[in-house]
Design a protein around this ligand. Sequence first.
Ligand code: WT7
Length: 631
Amino acid sequence: MADKFDVKLVEEAKYYSPPPEYREKAYVRDYEKTYQAFLKDPEKFWDGIARELHWFAPWKKVLDWNYPYAKWFVDGKLNITYNCLDRHVYNHRKNKVAFIWRGENGEERIYTYHKLYQETMRFANGLKRLGVGKGDRVCIYMPMIPEQMVAMLACARIGAVHSVVFGGFGATALNYRINDAEAKVVITADIAFRRGKTIPLKTLVEEAIINAPTVERVVVLRRKEPKVEIHSGIEIDFYDLMEGVEPICPPEVMDAEDPLYVLYTSGSTGAPKGVIHTCGGYMVGTYYTQKAVFDLKEDDIYWCTADVGWVTGHSYILYGPLAAGATIFFGEVVPDFPDAGAFWKLVQEVGITIFYTAPTAIRMFMKMGEQWPNKYNLSSLRILGSVGEPLNPEAFEWYYRVIGKSKIPIVDTWWQTETGMQMITTFVGEKMRPGFAGKGIPGVIPDVVDKHGKPVKPNTLGFLVIRNPWPAMLRTVLKNDERYRKYWETIPDCYSAGDLAVKGKDGYIMILGRADDIIIVSGHNIGTAEVESALVSHQSVAEAAVIGKPDPMKGNLIKAFVILKLGQTPSEKMTHDLTYHVRMTIGPIAMPSEIEYVDKLPKTRSGKIMRRVLKAKELGMDLGDISTLEE
Ligand code: WT7
């Protein structure tokens, strides 16, 4: 949050330079030159990248920009899975490893591009058998396993719109997402594994579909032995669905602007927003950034530790890496199980070369101590990445020194569910500045401005905006186009990201965190409104307000202020009940760590809770800098 804004740090300007060979061998050798080429002719820039991919029919125009609505690669026809699979299978990557997967118990599964291609087509034909076709919505609620990828790719193959729901969400959150997207089919597994325990995904789906009239079938991947029973009629086994189908499923011809998926992200007010991404521009944007930002080479083994249920997983575990023909590593694994060396052991065993994780994980590694990574040989690593929250200078230094042995570039990538692709970073050949993500990726024009859209002076706090449309941008919010327009109408003539930022004299941008009512806990984006409405749905609660409280490990913790109904009294049991209630409604990630019982809440005249006032009081600070930016 803005309370971490440190002028000294901004003025200090300390840099680290990567060894020169990074620049010499980089996919983008000269960042400035590439950026200038983009600025000179943005459409030509994106046209050139799109031509590296396969299209069934070419576009008539690169961009049709009718503020705030963009159409990219107008009338171009494609299928993203053709680019992720067929293109490689027909060329030299047929037997290349597409991914190596590991389970918590050490189980390993390896898919070549050819195998992934075949499995995708068979499952796609299975979905067709269930009556799923172009434009239908399919909800995927699965653990991080190969079948999750197959399910997503199969949807894209036949033009169905997937809505992946993070496996950590509970039944109510799942129900909302199923209903909002009007999903016809839900794909799940009996269980997920996490830290030696199992999570009963199928049971949660059963609960979530009680009030979900659009759901016709539930596909269940059965992992447990003996296999759990499935209810004939509505449920069907994942692999039974693939039995006896045609092995070939031609890719559906999609328009560049047809939707590829919907993904829910927390709103600052009200319900979660179903962000819509489309086929053509999203493919081009993720493909380019995967290659340019991670400097992907043919023999890299790339690991992004995010969950596929978040946009990071969509763009940089699945679509970006596969479109670029990478070898991916992923797993149903956590950083601290069975011990704090889990990730480093995998880096050594698998020979990971590119490692992309979140600041919250880095801070946890810092706490666990250097002895864990130092036990393993990490010399295969050549690029480190970070995403999800500000990478504070202390965490940067640690990551750089302990994991990177002071010679590996770190790409701190700023972007959002809405942007679809990475937007700001420091390219691998460029000097790095701790605390600062960097500059606009070629194709993107970021700026730091006041509420009128006027650039603020260097080294002062402002709002982060994007001045131009970019191919992977969200096209709308499902059933709420007004919310979409708000992104482009809050600050004149630009996309308002909702983050506070500072631009240094060198043009490097430091992102400080959300300016609105979203709390980022361990890299998960949680809307205050969602937690508040979960609390208020408890019979004892009259009113609730939720704030984020800075935490050295998780970035933020959730603190709730609760007004109880008349006749209810605060107690330890009450706190426990309310916390449990939020856990059951939204999921463990949204549980408040602290509940304070109050008699009233600070409000504006229009009745809007002033969370910022609560927060300032909690942290013992005055509103200073931030309040001047507000209405
Ligand atoms: C918000 C978007 C992008 C995938 C994961 C999160 C914060 C993201 C950075 C970064 C500082 C960052 C911002 C942003 N954020 N990356 N490198 N430095 N902050 O996607 O859930 O849509 O959250 O995450 O506040 O607005 P998301």
